[in-house]
Design a protein around this ligand. Structure first.
Ligand code: SF4
Length: 333
């Protein structure tokens, strides 16, 4: 493909006695602009206000990131009732929150800072706009994911319905088929979502949706990079947490694109070495919430067992940047 660029990154000394392994390091991988902004928000709040800074839910779905911020003074809670009466900031995670959460924070005079990714907020606003125009909103997503909980919580009960499968769409009973809209979770599989949107538009030809899917640029680019190499490697590793939606999707995309062995690992200690003993090519990528330091840790662990040749393959350039939440920008001027 013409948009692929490659770069040889490192070659271990030959004749090491170790088996050879060609590593294809995919790019883009790892942190997206929304994750960088959310983590920076916690660090900046700690710098300005000192510890503790409270964070509702894991700021991003990565245990390493959460533990690192904990060590700096962040206190993670699941609900606001776990936050004591305090003037210290409480930060909402990148996944977004239902409307009831800022309301609860205001009632309690909590100093809230919203680190919801702007691309999730965009979906919230789309859902709101459809609702204002009298449309029933269908949300394509996975039940229980905090982003889905947050998006559903933008509208009054009954105004938004979650659909997870094509079968859900077939079984839908709606009062007015001509007054429907859909939005999607930002971190879904691009291909699965296309199928879901096809099913929606086939069953409800007048349904209104976004010009493109709501799946974000980072999810799209990381999946595309995986698709481009999945068939040409013996195995593919996704660095990321098991509760990270976009990381899980990367593993699935690899499998569906023909990769024989795909695994999601958080740290080097999670690698099942027996599975990788006979491979000669390995692709490595990282979910949008996985820091590069963990990719390096895993590459180092492979280098201890193999004579590595690492080549970076880039399928897209990302120059996306989101400024810090307003409250933190004001404090930094
Ligand atoms: Fe935002 Fe996409 Fe990153 Fe989620 S994965 S934080 S939606 S840019």
């Amino acid at each position: 493909m013409s948009d692929i660029s490659t770069e040889a990154r490192a070659i271990e000394a030959p004749n090491s006695g170790k088996p050879k392994l060609n590593v294809v390091l995919l790019a883009p991988r790892g942190f997206c602009a929304g994750v960088v902004r959310a983590i920076d928000a916690v660090e900046e709040a700690l710098r300005i206000y000192g510890a503790p800074v409270y964070v509702r839910h894991e700021i991003v779905h990565n245990k390493y990131v959460v533990e690192t911020l904990k060590a700096k003074g962040a206190v993670f809670v699941e609900e606001l009732d776990e936050v004591p009466d305090t003037r210290q900031p409480v930060i909402f995670s990148a996944h977004g929150v239902p409307k009831s959460i800022p309301v609860e924070a205001e009632t309690r005079n909590i100093f809230a800072i919203d680190a919801t990714c702007p691309l999730v907020t965009k979906v919230h606003r789309e859902a709101e706009l459809h609702h204002k125009r009298g449309r029933l909103v269908l949300l394509v997503g996975h039940a229980g994911h905090p982003e889905v909980v947050g998006t559903i919580g933008q509208l009054p009960p009954g105004s938004i319905i979650l659909v997870q499968t094509v079968a859900d769409i077939a079984a839908l009973e709606v009062e007015d088929e001509r007054n429907l809209a859909y939005v999607t979770q930002t971190t879904l599989s691009v291909d699965d979502t296309r199928e879901m949107v096809d099913a929606l538009t086939t069953r409800f030809p007048e349904i209104v949706g976004p010009h493109k899917q709501d799946i974000c640029y980072a999810t799209t680019n990381r999946q595309e990079a995986v698709k481009q190499v999945a068939q040409n490697v013996d195995a593919l590793l996704v660095v990321g947490s098991s509760n990270s939606s976009n990381s899980q999707r990367l593993k699935e995309v690899a499998e569906r694109s023909g990769c024989r062995l795909a695994r999601l690992v958080l740290r080097a200690e999670d690698v099942e070495w027996d599975l990788f003993s006979k491979i000669s090519t390995l692709a490595v990528t990282a979910g949008a919430s996985a820091p590069e330091v963990l990719v390096e840790e895993i590459l180092d662990a492979f280098a201890a067992r193999f004579d590595l040749s690492v080549q970076e393959v880039s399928t897209a350039n990302e120059g996306v940047f989101f400024p810090l939440p307003r409250e933190l920008r004001r404090e930094t001027v």
